[in-house]
Design a protein. Structure first.
Length: 294
């Protein structure tokens, strides 16, 4: 398979819209569906077919990409009334790039296999910047041969595409990713609060740390948010809290203690309750700043 693939893209949120735009710009035959149809208008003006239902979007398509908010949304868009599963046929590939439950993922894959379709769970990391620039990290679970068939398409979206195991493994890997970045956001927020409270030059301090062991994507891309106490959207805090819920549920099933992730989830829940859920996840620094009297 190559650029001749016929692609459906379901879900045009902060990430999905940018990803669909890249697929269209790369020359793929693209159909799109979004619950709020107005978000698809610009893609329609540039040659994409705007479908009224998920089933209409998926009918006759080689690949159906799903990028929606949570497990229930994937179930609805795929298997609800006029769901995309109605348009699948033998040889179709569903690539779910949402972040959802690994257990539910395995069940969804089994359902589409009944019509001869394949399922890849391929959640991503890299935020809205990565979606726009095509530099996402893609964690793919499923059959390696199926992944090979759609790799050129995924290369439009990501600079790192890694086969991490069978169906469900992509979602587990993303859960691990979200646990790790939760701790990193918290640690960067605490370290920066210490520096700010002491009165040092924070721009110089961040520059010095970036070249050493404390260097990270979050320090590089989100420290300015935390220092300035402004959190323009990159990845919505409310969605990260949802992702941590998935990771914590998986951890409970496996008997793995995740004390730091649970703490960050509590911070995020409190921030959402105060109306900050639509800010970037770096807004966890609000909690640390307040505790430090900044």
């Amino acid at each position: 398979m190559s650029e001749h693939l016929r692609v459906a893209f379901l879900g045009l949120g902060t990430m999905g819209l940018r990803m669909a735009e890249r697929i269209r710009a790369a020359g793929y035959d693209l159909s799109v569906y979004n619950r709020t149809a107005s978000k698809a208008e610009a893609l329609g003006r540039h040659g994409a077919f705007v479908a009224a239902t998920p089933s209409e979007a998926s009918r006759g398509r080689d690949v159906v990409i799903v990028m929606v908010s949570d497990t229930a949304d994937v179930g609805q868009v795929m298997f609800g009334p006029d769901g995309a599963a109605e348009g699948l046929g033998a040889g179709s590939v569903v690539i779910d790039m949402s972040t959802i439950s690994p257990t539910a993922t395995r069940g969804f894959a089994a359902r589409v296999s009944e019509v001869g379709a394949d399922w890849l769970d391929a959640p991503v990391s890299g935020g809205s910047e990565g979606a726009e620039q095509g530099t996402l990290s893609i964690m793919a679970g499923g059959d390696a041969e199926v992944l090979a068939r759609v790799r050129l398409l995924l290369e439009v979206l990501g600079s790192t595409i890694t086969h991490v195991g069978p169906v469900g493994a992509g979602q587990v890997t993303k859960a691990v990713n979200q646990v790790i970045i939760a701790g990193t956001y918290a640690a960067v927020a605490e370290g920066l609060a210490l520096g700010m409270k002491s009165g040092i030059d924070m721009e110089a301090a961040v520059s010095a740390m970036a070249g050493g062991a404390a260097g990270s994507w979050i320090l590089d891309r989100r420290s300015a948010n935390m220092i300035g106490n402004e959190y323009p959207l990159g990845f919505r805090l409310e969605l990260h809290r949802k992702d941590l819920g998935i990771a914590l549920a998986e951890a409970r099933d496996l008997g793995v203690p995740l004390a730091l992730a649970a703490l960050v989830e509590q911070w995020e829940s409190g921030l959402i309750g105060r109306g900050y859920g639509d800010e970037d996840v770096s807004a966890v620094a609000r909690v640390v700043r307040e505790q430090a009297g900044l």
